[in-house]
Design a protein around this ligand. Structure first.
Ligand SMILES: Cc1ncc(COP(=O)(O)O)c(C=O)c1O
Length: 431
């Protein structure tokens, strides 16, 4: 009798799986690994300003105990107040539930949903959702496409067709801004989506973890702005905006429970589940009101966004020079996705390295997608660790890189090395 559930072997999180591969080859490559796979500002040289560190240090003595299961009361009141400054349905402290990072929130949500109902997710999208959704239902994930020809907006007609075909879909995931693309939904797409959500009685889950990282002049439209009376959950957290992903702090905001017994029930079950785990980490919760009301925060966000936006621009300039690639113009977050539509098969079915390296990589190479092989090849040749785009779901081939590297010289070298790698691989096709 196996110890684990039969679907457990399919757990996949490509953003970190590539780390194990990189670590296993690192003793045999002559260059250090450059970690461009993970959205962790700290690992790329971003530091917390001293004023933030001081606030955290001063708060620590009050934060050594458990906190209430739903989260620190005055922090939830504070966050409900921030939420209510924006247009759309208002909430109260009772509508907020804290987790140990949004990863924990996503896993908890997936663990309590009935296997008979389905969540439809964007393609490409953050892989935790698609993997957990497929595992909990033991069926392929149902997804909706983002349209390259229309600035990566949701193809609403295609979405509606999927909803007609699958009446079991009861939840829709929105990634606003998108990870991996760094793109944004327009107000009119969001309004169209709201009409569809109403027509098909969907509960919308809007993951807005990158909401503070939207580049000027682009405006961020929260799902809250178009939700009206629709039952919805906003997902927010501090991992991406406070350079403190290790705090493990994220929360759910439940909208319009008064109009939906189902959403009330879902909130109730999630709260009970949290009780089994006692509570989420106390320290970041106590710090949030202090940091978020500090006048130094807004200019700090603005500076970070100018930095990410100019890095995006550099990527565009250097990589778009390679014939046969499309650098997706990101308007938010800290990633750039690069499409390689006609990527070649890359050295057929056997890795092209020396016998020692081939032995390590063989199992990752065989049956791998073309973009996975490209990423492995670049990793061995240059130490650059990227995430293949196909691992975010869908048919797009290419890679996602971060634009976090603080060191200008290292960033320029990184781009030139990727550019050279792309040229070599695309020449292989021409040869
Ligand atoms: C879209 C999205 N949602 C959720 C998460 C998880 O965030 P956390 O660090 O709070 O677990 C990430 C992390 O990269 C993400 O990109």
């Amino acid at each position: 009798m196996p110890l684990t559930h039969h679907t457990a072997k399919d757990y996949a999180y490509p953003i970190r799986e590539i780390v194990d591969i990189a670590n296993s080859i690192s003793p045999y490559v002559s260059v250090p690994i450059r970690w461009e796979n993970i959205g962790d500002p700290v690992s790329r040289g971003h530091t917390m300003p001293n004023w933030m560190l001081d606030v955290i240090r001063d708060t620590l003595p009050e934060a050594t105990g458990y906190c209430p299961t739903r989260g620190v009361e005055h922090t939830r009141e504070f966050l409900a107040g921030l939420h209510n400054l924006e247009s759309g349905p208002s909430i109260q402290a009772k509508d907020i539930l804290f987790f140990n990072g949004l990863g924990d929130a996503i896993a908890s949500l997936m663990s309590v949903l009935s296997p008979e109902i389905r969540m439809i997710v964007p393609e490409p999208g953050y892989p935790s959702y698609s993997t957990l959704e497929a595992l909990r239902c033991d069926k392929a994930c149902i997804s909706y496409g983002l349209d390259n020809a229309h600035d990566w907006q949701i193809n609403l007609d295609e979405l509606e067709k999927k909803l007609k075909l699958h009446p079991e879909i009861r939840l829709l995931l929105l990634l606003q801004p998108s990870n991996p693309l760094g793109t944004l939904m327009s107000l009119s797409t969001m309004q169209g989506l709201a009409e569809i959500a109403k027509k098909y009685s969907l509960i919308v889950i809007s993951d807005e973890i990158y909401r503070e990282h939207v580049f000027e002049p682009q405006e961020f439209v929260s799902w809250q702005a178009v939700a009206g009376n629709l039952p919805s959950i906003l997902l927010k957290g501090i991992s991406k905006n406070l350079p403190w992903p290790g705090a493990r702090c994220g929360w759910m905001e439940f909208l319009n429970c008064q109009f939906s017994g189902e959403l009330c029930e879902l909130q109730n079950v999630l709260e009970k589940k949290k009780m089994l785990e006692v509570c989420a980490t106390t320290l970041p919760q106590l710090v949030i009101p202090k940091l978020f009301s500090d006048l130094r925060l807004k200019p700090w966000f603005e500076e970070s966004n100018r930095f990410y936006s100019s890095r995006q621009h550099q990527v565009q300039i250097v990589l778009q020079k390679v014939l046969g690639v499309q650098v997706i113009k990101a308007r938010a977050a800290f990633y750039t996705s690069v499409l390689i539509p006609s990527i070649p098969a890359c050295y057929a079915d056997k890795p092209p390295f020396d016998s020692q390296m081939n032995a390590i990589l063989e199992k990752n190479w065989i049956n791998a997608s073309h973009d996975t092989r490209f990423c492995l090849w670049l990793l061995v040749e240059t130490g650059i660790c990227l995430v293949p785009l196909s691992t975010f779901g869908g048919s797009l081939q290419g890679f996602r890189m971060t634009v976090l590297q603080r060191d200008e010289t290292k960033f320029e070298k990184l781009l030139l090395d990727i550019q050279a790698g792309l040229k070599r691989i695309l020449m292989q096709k021409a040869a």
